[in-house]
Design a protein around this ligand. Structure first.
Ligand SMILES: Nc1ncnc2c1ncn2[C@@H]1O[C@H](COP(=O)(O)OP(=O)(O)O)[C@@H](O)[C@H]1O
Ligand SMILES: [Mg+2]
Length: 338
């Protein structure tokens, strides 16, 4: 890759969503990678302010915890709301590009994207409409179906247990429609557990979905521009690929490229690009699937701001394609300024 002129890049990281800690870990790696490339990088936490180098050093020494921050801790940080006047800050207004390393909440749901559009600031990844669509699993699935992307049957909660059992069968997965990191998600095997699972999910979101459980393998495909990275397989040490598995080294075995037939691989790559286009995504994203034992794949969701930590999947997918982390970050930046 040719050496490109240095840019002023502000990495937005942290925030006050349930995925705050993951975002800090992602943002730190991205900031370090872009600085190593010679860019002028500022790290900014919308829940706190500009992060000093001492603060960044402290983050460098800590790991993402095995549990998401509690609802109380997040309330203390402003409950996912972005800092007032964020786009008036010189670090944002005068940046050549804002690199969005936020995960969840207003950082991922299109709010910050719309604010940056209004301020005329360029940013990485998807625009506000696409971000909002991808964050909403219900709407995503409607669009997936319309575009020929296979996805599991689902209903929006609340629903009578009998109806759920009849139309979806058991088990089902209950999850908040607009959250990430497997927060508030549970598998219901006995219909008597449905209401409690739905109530738990409603603690995190005002919309909850009930989805047919797809037994099988967990696969993921990174998309960059209009290309896909090699398909990855995630093998969690426990049944659910939950927050702890996602962010604790050794809790999941990840295989890139996944051991799949050529036809299943092709299908997954085709379905990923189809999902990417169905939601009008831009720049990069990660599309997640379940693969059942008959070789049918079901798209779970598209992640517009996928994790970029040391153990994250997109960096592993890129590596399997021969692309290092620094180049991945650089390419994401370049896709934002074309
Ligand atoms: N319908 C389903 N069938 C089987 N497993 C599921 C299903 N939905 C979710 N899961 C499991 O839960 C994890 C998180 O679900 P996902 O829909 O991706 O939400 P999140 O936004 O929290 O990542 C998935 O990676 C998968 O392991
Ligand atoms: Mg997911």
């Amino acid at each position: 890759m040719p050496i490109l002129s240095p840019l002023r890049i502000t990495v937005l990281m942290g925030g006050a969503s349930a995925e705050r800690d993951v975002s800090l870990a992602s943002g730190l790696r991205i900031a370090d990678a872009l600085a190593a490339r010679g860019h002028k990088v500022t790290a900014l936490d919308p829940a706190v302010g500009v992060l000093s180098s001492a603060h960044l050093d402290e983050l460098r020494r800590s790991n993402v915890g095995t549990k998401p921050p509690g609802l109380e801790e997040l309330a203390g940080l402003g409950n996912g709301r972005l800092l007032d006047g964020l786009t008036a800050m010189p670090e944002v207004r005068d940046a050549d590009v804002v690199f969005l390393a936020l995960h969840g909440g207003q950082g991922e749901d299109g709010t910050i994207q719309a604010l940056l559009d209004m301020a005329g600031v360029r940013y990485t990844g998807s625009g506000h409409l696409a971000s909002a669509l991808a964050m909403d699993k219900d709407l995503s699935k409607v669009l997936f179906r319309a575009a020929g992307v296979q996805t599991a049957d689902w209903l929006m909660a609340p629903q009578p247990g009998k109806l759920v059992e009849q139309s979806l069968g058991l088990p089902v997965v209950v999850k908040p429609s607009k959250q990430g990191s497997t927060v508030g998600l549970s598998i219901v095997r006995d219909i008597s557990e449905l209401d409690a699972a739905v109530a738990e999910a409603f603690r995190y979101d005002d919309e909850v979905m009930i989805e047919r459980f797809i037994a099988g393998r967990e696969l993921t495909v990174g998309v960059l521009g209009d290309e896909t990275f090699p398909v990855g397989e995630i093998k969690p040490v426990k049944e659910l690929y939950d927050y702890e598995c996602k962010y604790t080294a050794g809790m999941a075995v990840e295989e890139f490229p996944a051991n799949l037939s050529q036809s299943v691989t092709n299908k997954l790559r085709e379905q990923s690009l189809r999902a990417f286009r169905a939601l009008k995504l831009r720049g990069y994203a990660r599309v997640d699937f379940r693969l059942d034992d008959r070789g049918e794949c079901f798209c779970l969701e598209a992640n517009t701001l996928p994790g970029m930590t040391r153990t994250s999947l997109i960096p592993q997918g890129a590596a399997a394609a021969g692309m290092g982390f620094e180049e991945l970050c650089e390419r994401i930046v370049q896709l934002a300024i074309v």
